[in-house]
Design a protein around this ligand. Structure first.
Ligand code: ZN
Length: 325
């Protein structure tokens, strides 16, 4: 079985820097570094590698489906692989996860950013995640946070509306339809997490899974990964936004950083603008839960979300300025 497994990992050199590993095109980490003007160094020979430039640091670990970009975990579609003692990164991850963040000038024309739709998760008959002992109900927490975020974004000159402004139930596909009808430039869905295991805590930000990649929660490609969705059109911009928002949230809250993840959430599937889904922490974790229950903490979250969106806006403005010259 071991031998069979080995021959399944067929490695064929294609062109300079391009390899096929397990049926997928891969790039050697050195090739990735060269393309991005970065230098490589081993953290642990043959196992962990660092790619570095003046402003950026990326770390990869053999067999891991994650990289750490400037301290932020970014989940990859495929595991980091090895070829002749060198670590390799899938081409799909290079173009869908690395490029959108590090070379956004290649993402195409920067989208406008004026109208934002915030989507407070759950509502009405759907309470979402709960922690009865702390008196927490996700639907009330998301609405409160959404309203705080709305005020802050409005103060920064954005036109902001909510998919619901009271305790109403709205179907998931209707939420993205609302953003599409309103001609939004950006969509932010807000949620909180829950797990039976109360020791788990931390924030995570989701962008829609790229075409032909498995979502973070899945090990392998699934038939649904090979379909085209409207929500993929602005994939690179959603990725960039998710990265800024996740970094800002983790820095500001000091909570466990669960990283930028991928899922084909219904609420993101049909969007015709960049969009993300934020999981602002676990109501089931004793300390994080009681933090989330405090208005001051939710205010801090709203400020961190605003900061992430402003960083995204700053990058769009810089790219527009470059395009105009
Ligand atoms: Zn939720």
């Amino acid at each position: 079985m071991k031998f069979l497994h080995c021959i399944l990992w067929i490695i064929l050199p294609l062109s300079a820097g391009a390899l096929t590993i397990n049926g997928l095109p891969y790039l050697e980490a050195n090739e990735v570094a060269g393309r991005l003007g970065m230098k490589t160094s081993w953290i642990e020979r043959g196992k962990r590698i660092r790619l570095e430039s003046q402003w950026t640091r990326m770390e990869f670990e053999l067999n891991k489906r994650e990289m750490v970009l400037n301290g932020t975990p970014v989940h990859l579609g495929f595991p980091v692989a090895e070829h002749r003692g060198r670590l390799c990164i899938s081409e799909s991850d290079y173009s869908n996860q690395i490029q959108p963040i590090l070379t956004p000038q290649l993402n195409g024309n920067p989208p406008g950013l004026r109208r934002i739709v915030i989507d407070p998760g759950h509502g009405g008959k759907d309470p979402g995640a709960q922690n009865p002992s702390l008196g927490l109900r996700e639907k009330a927490l998301t609405l409160d946070l959404a309203k705080r975020l709305q005020r802050l974004l409005q103060a920064n000159g954005f036109e902001v509306s909510l998919t619901r402004s009271d305790d109403t139930f709205i179907e998931l596909d209707e939420r993205s339809a609302i953003a599409n009808r309103r001609g939004a430039d950006l969509f932010v869905s807000i949620h909180f997490n829950a797990l039976e295991r109360s020791s788990v805590s931390g924030v995570e930000t989701y962008a829609f899974t790229p075409f032909k990649q498995p979502s973070s929660a899945r090990a392998d490609l699934h038939e649904s990964d090979l379909r085209n969705y409207a929500g993929q059109q602005d994939g690179p911009w959603s990725t960039l936004l998710a990265y800024y928002v996740q970094r800002s949230l983790a820095d500001s809250l000091g909570s466990s950083d669960r990283g930028l993840k991928r899922a084909r959430f219904t609420v993101l599937r049909d969007l015709r603008m960049p969009g993300i889904l934020v999981e602002g922490g676990f109501v089931t974790h004793p300390r994080e839960g009681s933090n989330i229950g405090s208005a001051a903490y939710r205010d801090k979250m709203a400020r961190a979300l605003t900061e992430g969106i402003l960083l995204y806006q700053k990058t769009l403005s810089r790219l527009e300025g470059t395009a105009a010259r």
